[in-house]
Design a protein around this ligand. Structure first.
Ligand code: ZN
Length: 317
């Protein structure tokens, strides 16, 4: 049996035929339309991708166990509805019902961070753990929780938004896209790291970060890490502060969930042990009852570029 995983992004809809062991047999993508209307639903484009991957992998649709869809935003996974999407203009789209007109198959949809957490749990670095906290450090901070081997979504599937727990209530706390101030996301995302790097560059005109950014053509999430690795003091300071922010949120989550493992995904996770080793140490030292409670492993997520397709496919497993 095969699974079909669909990853809906702001720029494109990616899809793949995946084996039940997590091997991608064929994948493709199509660009997303500027604006979907009541006459042309996103389901039509998803159908195009499903049909293309079934053809490309040269399989019979009868051998497909189910279709899973990962979509950023607020998703009603129980009723198969995109309540609100934060990368394409979509509101209250009954995607699963629309697609079921074409396919006599189980079809599932969930939030992209939930899919990524499930994908890592089923196919990736989270395999073998029953309790996993997954975070992704990108434009924002996404989070997903596997509790007792199952995806935790909260009431009406509207929870598990760890990025929006507040870690700073001071008057000059950073504003967040959600409307609150001081959210973890405003400090621990790649976007926040770039802002912190720029601020440190302004304050330190002699820092190596200026040369590195020039060579890269821009200030990125890598700039401060590259400078720190070359012994730059200001770069080191940015990285240390950034790791403190990540750790602060993770200790909060460990104190609530006490997972076996924390998995970190997103672009920043390319720093591997340089990022995870100090975080693992700080989380285990900072958690409640540190001397008595079990230690938590901190690892990077392993599915990388195919995480979206594999995570969505895992929904259908
Ligand atoms: Zn927020």
């Amino acid at each position: 049996m095969y699974l079909i995983g669909i990853d809906v992004g702001g720029m494109s809809i990616k899809g793949g035929v995946v084996t039940t062991e997590g091997e991608i047999l064929f994948k493709t993508s199509i660009p997303t339309t500027e604006k979907y209307t009541s006459d042309y639903s996103i389901s039509e484009d998803i159908k195009k991708v499903v049909d293309a991957v079934v053809k490309g992998a040269n399989i019979d649709i009868k051998d497909v166990k189910g279709i899973g869809i990962g979509q950023p935003g607020s998703i009603d996974s129980k009723n198969g509805i995109i309540r609100y999407s934060n990368n394409i203009a979509l509101e209250n789209v009954p995607v699963v019902k629309e697609l079921q007109q074409y396919y006599d198959l189980p079809i599932f949809i969930n939030n992209d961070a939930n899919c990524a957490a499930l994908g890592e749990h089923v196919f990736g670095a989270g395999k073998g753990y029953n309790d996993v906290v997954f975070i992704t450090l990108g434009t924002g901070v996404g989070s997903g929780f596997i509790i007792d081997g199952k995806l935790f979504e909260g009431r009406d599937c509207a929870g598990a938004e760890g990025g929006h727990m507040v870690i700073d209530i001071s008057p000059n706390a950073k504003p967040c896209n959600c409307g609150r101030k001081g959210c973890w996301e405003a400090y621990a995302s790649a976007t926040a790291l770039i802002r912190q790097t720029k601020e440190a560059m302004d304050a330190n005109p002699d820092s190596m970060m200026h040369r590195i950014a020039k060579e890269e053509g821009q200030v990125s999430g890598k700039t401060a890490f590259l400078a720190a690795k070359q012994g730059d003091k200001a770069g080191r300071q940015v990285v240390d502060n950034y790791i403190d922010y990540i750790t602060c949120g993770l200790v909060n989550m460990v104190n609530v969930f006490c997972p076996e493992a924390i998995l970190i995904g997103g672009g920043i996770s390319n720093e591997k042990e340089y990022l995870t080793a100090p975080i693992q140490k700080a989380v285990n030292e900072g958690r409640f009852g540190a001397a008595f409670n079990p230690t938590v492993e901190v690892k990077t997520a392993s599915l990388k570029n195919d995480a979206g397709i594999l995570g969505a496919a895992a929904l259908a497993l």
